[in-house]
Design a protein around this ligand. Structure first.
Ligand SMILES: NC(=O)C1=CN([C@@H]2O[C@H](COP(=O)(O)OP(=O)(O)OC[C@H]3O[C@@H](n4cnc5c(N)ncnc54)[C@H](OP(=O)(O)O)[C@@H]3O)[C@@H](O)[C@H]2O)C=CC1
Ligand SMILES: Nc1nc(=O)c2c([nH]1)NC[C@@H]1CN(c3ccc(C(=O)N[C@@H](CCC(=O)O)C(=O)O)cc3)C=[N+]21
Length: 292
């Protein structure tokens, strides 16, 4: 078993980004600026926001965070989005999902200017992605592709099984790996909570992408020998022995499944690391006007 080391890869990519920032500055331009809007206190979102701010500092990006209480009205959130759309000092921004129940995520997503949608969630970017047109790819799937590319993992003709059909991870991942070219040309099965005989599908997988949000859901009897495991899950589970009282774990039972896998991503230190650098890569492209 070999580890897909997200932490090391992210470090390499951050060094490349820092270099590009220097070049922009040498050319008299300002640093790329990424903003994030966080409403309420979703734990996975908090991890993400913290790492996003840190990573921006490391590569020399400007970053800003708009933190709003969980009871903020939809109107207020839309106002913040409009301001960021209009703010020439901001190249790209994201609105952290999930939003509190009383806020309509569709309305908020549609309000984001596609040119600043570095999350790639707006249907304009999603549609462009599905048709292999220039776009911002959603950060998590983009990070997974980057990992596959840099580790030179083959995808052509492979059986890929994706667990979870969210519009931010599972669904775009399934589209991207079935697109023409590399990393793509795979045969993809997309599974979800209504899938019958899930293990029948997962046992066929050459590459298994798990994005369902259930701690350690994937067990060794659900995979075949030699499988490549991409674990997207970021779950908090209680750990009374630790000072903070919890630990992060993925959607895969890491210790047990690793014994059968050829490659596996750890949590933390895997996909999450690449998600953050992908967001920075998208922001750099926004700053350079490369997409629109
Ligand atoms: N590492 C990273 O960078 C990121 C990590 N995450 C993490 O990834 C996980 C998934 O998040 P997200 O993509 O937003 O997914 P959602 O929570 O939005 O959706 C979960 C998906 O899993 C499916 N599902 C739930 N239970 C089962 C089951 N028992 N069997 C099969 N499928 C099931 C659901 O099916 P149905 O549609 O039928 O309800 C749904 O499609 C979370 O832990 C999240 O924190 C998310 C984004 C980035
Ligand atoms: N609009 C929006 N876009 C998202 O992409 C989005 C979102 N909302 N809401 C929440 C989820 C979750 N998510 C994470 C990304 C990286 C880490 C991450 O950095 N993980 C580190 C954690 C390291 C640690 O601090 O312990 C790791 O896995 O190594 C975590 C979680 C993005 N999401």
């Amino acid at each position: 078993m070999q580890i897909l080391d997200g932490r090391a890869l992210a470090k390499t990519i951050r060094a490349e980004l820092a270099e590009e920032v220097q070049q922009l500055k040498a050319a008299g331009k300002r640093a790329p600026h990424l903003a994030a809007v966080l409403v309420g206190e979703d734990p996975a979102s908090q991890v993400y926001v913290r790492n996003k701010v840190r990573s921006c500092e490391k590569v020399g990006f400007e970053s800003s965070l708009v933190r709003l209480p969980a009871d903020t009205s939809e109107e207020e959130v839309l106002k913040v989005v409009h301001n960021l759309n209009e703010d020439d000092a901001v190249d790209g921004f994201i609105v952290q999902l999930p939003l509190p129940g009383h806020i309509n995520e569709v309305r908020v997503t549609l309000a984001i200017d596609p040119r600043k949608d570095v999350d790639g969630f707006h249907p304009v970017n999603f549609g462009r992605m599905a048709q292999s047109m220039p776009c911002y790819l959603p950060a998590t799937p983009a990070g997974i592709l980057e990992m596959i590319r840099r580790y030179e993992l083959p995808t052509e003709g492979k059986e890929v099984v994706v667990l979870g059909r969210s519009s931010i991870v599972g669904t775009p991942m399934s589209i991207l790996l079935s697109r023409k070219g590399y990393p793509g040309n795979a045969t993809v099965t997309l599974c979800h909570s209504r899938t019958r005989d899930l293990a029948e599908h997962t046992r066929r997988a050459d590459i298994l992408v798990a994005a369902i949000g259930i701690p350690e859901f994937v067990k060794p009897d659900m995979v075949k020998e030699g499988v490549v495991i991409i674990d997207v899950g970021i779950n908090r589970v209680e750990a009374p022995e630790l000072e903070k009282g919890y630990r992060l774990c993925g959607d895969v039972d890491y210790e047990a499944v690793a014994e059968k896998a050829s490659w596996i991503t750890p949590v933390p230190g895997g996909v999450g690391q690449l998600t953050v650098v992908s967001l920075l890569m998208n922001t750099l492209r926004a700053a350079k006007g490369e997409v629109y």
